[in-house]
Design a protein around this ligand. Structure first.
Ligand code: FAD
Length: 281
């Protein structure tokens, strides 16, 4: 939920603190409040998003991709696909961005404590999942095994490559990546994300899964997970629709009976199974 002491429709001024390139079309931006007296917005639940406003261009929803345990700054990973994301990914250190939020439901990490955690990310879908990974690694002894499955279009589209390698070296953690098209120099796996499941031995009754990516990918992951015996109530998806207000007034992001901005973006599969199976909704 947005902070109770600020107007949820009023962007707070923030400055770009750092910019790092992830892939040719994707950057990670770290934002901090414009002044020490601005309201801090750094508290968020893994999986929540902000509305980022690039002055003179537009406002758009972007998931928070940073560490929920790190104070004051907020981190976002943005893929340039159109005018607003292009403007955001050309922001430079010291430039301003308006921020509303955080909004929406988060990944229920507390209910995953004591259980194995399976993270499945397709493309930019790994961004809203990264706070879950930070949370598990920060409280390592409170979780079981961590398995991260990630797919991208090509090797140069793989996000967080250095971090993925370092996570893979952590205790009780397995990271597997795959790409749709490898090219001649790629020595890794080629195939869709679901092709990685055959390399992983899961304990279905002890596993909580968090999934984000293109909707078609999430449909196939859901089927695969249910077929492997995972409970629908321990399977969570983050959904995406165009948004405007982000607080449940305008109806832009309506998906069946749900408003994705306030009822989601994170939903348990048990709540959305019939909707996820319907194309073009
Ligand atoms: C809750 C939520 C979290 C998001 N988190 C991230 C994130 O972490 N990083 C990131 O790069 N993007 C994220 N997005 C998507 C991002 O908001 C859109 O890519 C952005 O609004 C596109 O704006 P634009 O003006 O650049 O492009 P537009 O010109 O508006 O769109 C360019 C293309 O992208 C499609 N598109 C636009 N918005 C969406 C959308 N919401 N869902 C599906 N397709 C869309 C359009 O149909 C068009 O094909 C998120 C969206 C939601 C709803």
């Amino acid at each position: 939920m947005p902070r109770a002491d600020t107007d949820p429709m009023m962007p707070q001024p923030c400055m770009v603190r750092s910019v790092s390139r992830e892939t040719p079309d994707t950057l990670t931006l770290e934002l901090e409040p414009a002044s020490s007296t601005s309201p801090g917005q750094a508290e968020f639940q893994p999986g929540q998003f902000s509305m980022l406003w690039v002055f003179g261009v537009g406002e758009l929803p972007i998931a928070i991709s940073g560490d929920p345990g790190a104070a004051r700054s907020l981190t976002y990973t943005v893929r340039s696909v159109g005018p607003a994301t292009r403007a955001l990914t050309t922001r430079q250190q010291g430039q301003a961005v308006g921020v509303r939020g955080p909004f929406g439901t988060g990944w229920p990490v507390d209910s995953a404590r004591g259980r194995d955690v399976l993270v499945v990310g397709g493309g930019i879908g790994l961004a809203p999942l990264r706070p879950v990974i930070y949370d598990v690694l920060r409280h390592r002894s409170q979780y079981g095994r961590l398995v991260i499955l990630h797919g991208a279009r090509s090797p140069r589209d793989l996000l967080y490559r250095k971090e993925l390698a370092s996570w893979d070296r952590q205790k009780d953690t397995l990271v597997l990546s795959t790409v749709d098209y490898g090219g001649s120099s790629w020595r890794g796996r080629v195939g869709v994300v679901t092709s990685l499941f055959k390399f992983v031995r899961l304990q279905p009754s002890l596993t909580t899964a968090f999934v984000c990516g293109p909707e078609i990918m999430m449909r196939f992951v859901a089927r695969e997970m249910i077929a492997r015996g995972l409970s629908a109530s321990h399977l969570y998806f983050s959904m995406e629709r165009n948004m405007k207000c982000a607080v449940g007034f305008c109806g832009h992001c309506q998906w069946g009976p749900h408003f994705i901005c306030k009822d989601g973006p994170v939903f348990p599969y048990s709540r959305i199974a019939p909707l996820l199976d319907r194309y073009e909704l």
